[in-house]
Design a protein around this ligand. Structure first.
Ligand SMILES: Cc1cc2nc3c(=O)[nH]c(=O)nc-3n(C[C@H](O)[C@H](O)[C@H](O)COP(=O)(O)OP(=O)(O)OC[C@H]3O[C@@H](n4cnc5c(N)ncnc54)[C@H](O)[C@@H]3O)c2cc1C
Length: 372
């Protein structure tokens, strides 16, 4: 693998790229990444207005290898997510769900022909990948229970219950979710949105991220063959992917924060000078987060849980604060829906809500004895 990096002089991404100075890009050609990011930039507003199809952006990122878990290590994926999020959090978030679906399929305890096939289709961007695992995250740390049940039947399981939220939900999606059996086992399974008994609710109108096709899934007597069981112990299964999960979430938090910190910096003159201190504090916090992100992404297996939780918590705090500051410094235009600053502020409002939520992160850190 080459160690090429796109440095501050990379054309096209301007000051934000300089602020980020991308991490390891592995065998991804910086020129290709810049082309992808520019394409995302040109579509970000249309995506926000619901006038473009985000699946096209996912396909372009698939061509870059972002969802190929074997080819693109966490460090490289983190640099790509961060760069994409400087232009559109909607694209970065949907791509994250695609990558995590690929990761879960790849990490199946018993690989079968069915899971291999599903993995290849998701990794290639041919099928949208859905991870309906928020309730599973809560259950794994003892904060709740997955409301989906798995009842053993001949050759597999019957699956029933709701998934409150998931993204990338289309008729041809592959879905990974957790389900509990009556005798206390917690499974991770893969199924298709087209399977009989799967209902995708119509999507609610959101503050932002409407392009991510996020809504509720109903499961009513869905038959899942045994070979599509990815894991038979939820906490162990999630623990195996948790470092990557949190690092890549933090990557898109960092990207959107970097963009707003950069844009805000241009507006610190005149009355804007009164925000200079707040901006400097956010810029310093972001810089620290960005370097922690790439330090941990380079060796995800060595990251401690505390480091990972603190990294993701920083993302839930810095990105919303930076986008809000940018919008304020933009004045009236920052309040106009069509302004990029306004879009970033609306998009970043999701970050403290996304599972694991800011409250869950604080709760977990508190249990580890870490003050937040
Ligand atoms: C646009 C969008 C896209 C999404 N995409 C996905 C996706 O692709 N995959 C996915 O899995 N999820 C997805 N989600 C869900 C998301 O990750 C969060 O899980 C979800 O928004 C949390 O909302 P909730 O209503 O389920 O809240 P809850 O989880 O019910 O939490 C509500 C509040 O209560 C707190 N709380 C929860 N449990 C406890 C407890 N036991 N004790 C005390 N406090 C508690 C929480 O911290 C929070 O502050 C998406 C959500 C949205 C809005």
């Amino acid at each position: 693998m080459s160690t090429s990096t796109a440095g501050p002089s990379a054309p096209g991404l301007g000051d934000t790229w300089a602020r980020l100075t991308a991490g390891d890009l592995g065998d991804v050609d910086p020129v290709d990444l810049i082309a992808v990011v520019e394409s995302v930039a040109s579509r970000a507003s249309a995506l926000d207005r619901g006038e473009a199809d985000l699946r096209r952006d996912v396909t372009v990122l698939a061509d870059l290898g972002l969802f190929d878990v074997d080819r693109t290590p966490v460090a490289v994926a983190a640099a790509i997510f961060e760069a994409v999020a400087t232009e559109s959090l909607a694209v970065a978030f949907a791509a994250w769900a695609q990558r995590m679906t690929a990761v879960y399929l790849r990490h199946a305890e018993h690989r079968s022909e069915a899971t291999e096939r599903a993995y290849r289709a998701v990794a290639a961007g041919e099928r949208p990948g859905v991870t309906g695992m928020a309730a599973a995250q809560l259950q794994a740390v003892g904060l709740g229970e997955v409301p989906v049940t798995a009842t053993p039947i001949d050759g597999g399981y019957r699956i029933d219950g709701p998934v409150a939220w998931a993204s990338n939900l289309y008729a041809d999606s592959t879905i990974v979710l957790a389900a509990n059996t009556e005798n206390g086992r917690s499974l991770v399974l893969a199924l298709e949105a087209s399977d009989p008994g799967v209902t995708i609710q119509s999507a609610p109108d959101l503050l932002a991220l409407n392009a991510t096709a996020s809504t509720m899934i109903g499961l009513n007597g869905v038959v899942v063959p045994g070979e599509q069981v990815l894991g038979e112990d939820l906490p162990t299964f999630l623990a195996g992917a948790r470092a990557q999960f949190l690092i890549l979430q933090a990557a898109f938090c960092s990207g959107v924060a970097a963009r707003s910190v950069t844009e805000a910096e241009r507006r610190l003159e005149g009355l804007g000078a009164f925000s200079a201190e707040e901006h400097a504090a956010l810029a310093a916090r972001h810089e620290h987060m960005h370097s922690e992100l790439h330090r941990l992404a380079a060796r995800p297996g060595e990251a401690t849980l505390t480091e990972l939780l603190l990294l993701r918590l920083a993302g839930t705090e810095i990105a919303p604060a930076a986008t809000r500051l940018e919008a304020i410094l933009c004045g009236g235009m920052g309040y106009a829906q069509g302004a990029p600053a306004n879009r970033r502020m609306r998009e970043a409002a999701f970050l403290p809500v996304q599972s694991p939520s800011q409250s869950q992160l604080r709760w977990e850190l508190d249990r580890l004895g870490v003050a937040t």
